[in-house]
Ligand binder design. Sequence first.
Ligand code: ZN
Length: 618
Amino acid sequence: MENLFIKLKALFARNSAASFGLADSSDADELPEALRGKVFAAESSEVDDPVLSVAKNVFGVSHLYPWQRLVVGNILDASADFLQAQNSPQAQDGGGSLSLASNSASADSSDVFCMGRQIVLLPTGAGKSMCFLLPAVMLPGPTLIFYPLLALMADQKRRLEQNGIECVVFRGGQSEDEREENFRRLSAGAKIILANPEVLQCERLLERFKAAKISHIAIDEAHCVAEWGDTFRPAYLTLGKIIETLAVPLVTAFTATASPTVLERVSQVLFGGSCHVVRGESDRPNIHYSVQYAWAKKKAACRLAVTEQKPMLVFCGTRAKAEDMARELCECVGSDKVRFYHAGLSRQEKDAVEKWFFPKTDAILCCTCAFGMGVDKPDVRTVVHLEPSATAESYIQEAGRGGRDKKVSKAILLWSREDLFNWQKYPASSRERVILRFAQSKSCRRQVLLDALGGEKAICSGCDICDSQAAARQESQDWKAPNVFDAADARLVHKLVRKNQNYYSREKVVKLAMEKLNAIDRKVFGLNVWDSSDIDLILEQLEKSGSVYNAGFLWENAMAALKDISSPPRRHPLCLHPRPLSSLLPSLRARAWALFSSWVLPAFSHSARQKRQNSSTE
Ligand SMILES: [Zn+2]
């Protein structure tokens, strides 16, 4: 991501040098009065915000709506992942060409760049064109925008040119010379192609477009696919084929029509039924956000599978983890209630899982971010994140797969000490750091997410922090912010080590903790769910944070613990991994020999020599 933004910044510097004498052409001006109050202003930290920087300097727009950020964020993230996958050694071996269907990229990154196929639902006049014009300036290749009407195309062309942005138009009835001129301008750096689907029915033109290495396809008024495709605009039904032929990784379809039949049809025609639906809304009041601290997160997810409402989605960081999590859940709640879903499944397998999940009321689906059906399951009650999403934008969308029926749905993020270690590595101003702020927040979590999208103020309709603050107020108690060291599993293991300072070896600690945690969870699951690898995971994190350490007794290799689990680690953490006696023997032997050869031997030979001399003189 970082790399992409560096490239984008360089690109932006180039573009802004060519004088963009922009009038105030912002989409915000098209906004209905009712929406204007929701606009948020740009913060000063533009250096950290290349998107806002481009909006301001290229388009003269000083504010972006949360939904614009959601869509632009998705496009840029998917592009970054695509470029990364393309530059990976495997992809380069394969000649560097990579389409969405290709498996040559690493498995888990391809799950991420599946996010690049979206249907965006935005009300008319909500600032749609910024969603594809901003990325158009920032992406490496040109952006192809489909419009249904020549009038719309001409209008967009006029507005772009007014603002000094070069674009080319492909439509019916153009001469060979006009088209050649268009391609010449494209190779000279024109960033935007305006076209209608009919013009791309020509094979030869399609080949030329393919050679132009288009980065992003935007389809305006995508409901035309469903409404006109079967009657007088059959070319709309070929868009899926065109996307496939051009092998463009990023495709965004915009529509104001949200009816499930239209969405289903658009998703089928353009993406073969597999895409993400992004709705133009950032705060969903019926979603209750909370963070649960657990250091052995898979076990915590198993508990949630029993205690929380279903249907449930469990988002996992990788394909392997999704499968692994599904296996563990099968043991806890029964194999008839659990399935997994990721981009590595075949189309038929995905269809089968979707069909299975859709009518179920007690099912759990373990998935990667590749999950996001064309038509949402409306009654998902709980969305658990085993691993945090990369950014606030993706977290909001994934959490938003719950409660489409407007009833309350819970979004629960599982957070461990290991996550804290990993997420602290991102620079403080990065978009990834928002997730860390969200997980460690001491104030409303909903507000943390909305701040990341530009600072829309929320009246919190439910998050664990606001809830616990309200409860404390009601009981007139002091409120203490929870933190990652409050995780019950980690506390139990820490307490065990502390109570038996210098007494148990690591192996014994693992065994004892496993017994204790199994005894607790047997009451929930009726079976032993903890194994030694779970406790090892917790112990590793405790050792890494310095609150449990090796006490260094030669005979026992015993463990000790600091008084408080969350107190800062000892300045010189006592990590004397004691050497067993056998490893000391060679050095003892070497020392003994040195002593013997430097003192005993010479002395002996000296006295022998003297004896010999004495006897010879006698
Ligand atoms: Zn709140």
